[in-house]
Design a protein around this ligand. Sequence first.
Ligand SMILES: Nc1ncnc2c1ncn2[C@@H]1O[C@H](COP(=O)(O)OP(=O)(O)O)[C@@H](O)[C@H]1O
Ligand SMILES: [Mg+2]
Length: 268
Amino acid sequence: MPDPILQIETVSKVYPGRAGLFGRSAPVEALKGVSLSVGRGESFGLVGESGSGKTTLTRSILRLESPTSGRILFEGQDMATISPAAMRALRARIQIVFQDPYASLNPRMTIQQIICEPMVVHRATLGLSAAQRRDRAAELLTLVGLGPQHLSRHPHEFSGGQRQRIGIARALAPKPDLLLLDEPTSALDVSVQAQVLNLLIELQDRLGLTYFFISHDLAVVRYLCDRVALIHRGTLVEEGPTEAIFEAPASDYARGLIAAAPEIRLPA
Ligand SMILES: Nc1ncnc2c1ncn2[C@@H]1O[C@H](COP(=O)(O)OP(=O)(O)O)[C@@H](O)[C@H]1O
Ligand SMILES: [Mg+2]
């Protein structure tokens, strides 16, 4: 494997039980000692059924959650112990594309404001003027298959697939090295899904990105990822090259996910 960009070391996460009408609910062990390593430039897939802990792991990588135990290293640095200044610089380099392109774009903002927002947040790291940010937003829109004429529009003027292209442009704005993709195509129609996956493949090629791709759908991951890990109720059950898992799944869980995976329909 190339040198790792992301290392997850025996990460566990317990959500405390919530107080409710009938007393306290039991704590939830969302992650149980998860370890994995993602190489630079790799496309790594994390697959599991709903509730298996995928989003919790993604949020932990972004440090929106802190693990109950274990460590997460980016380029060998433990994200829990680096200085706030180093953390700010590092945050620009890890970006996320969300599952729902309808919920993740602010309807009151223009496309320019949406794409520029992370460049404003990370302006100390990126050092771009307002004019440079606007130019970059226009370039990014072209890169994702839209165009500068869309800068002044609002999200409601776009289809689901176009919105997800805008979400991808926003994620690319601060020049990340690592892109977390949390089910980025599962809210889209099958035909549109393939187009967005092809765009992601093309962008990875052109920009040398590392992908951490999360899905409940093994077919999508087979199309995009070199390596895959399967997560079940917070535990990694199997990991390896995607094709090897398809050809010789070792667990019943893997066989079940393969059986449930629909064929991907490619655009003509
Ligand atoms: N903030 C939270 N508080 C309590 N439990 C949570 C919270 N977020 C997720 N969970 C629980 O943790 C488990 C894993 O959830 P999640 O990471 O969202 O799974 P996935 O993304 O694979 O569907 C689920 O049982 C879920 O109900
Ligand atoms: Mg999720």
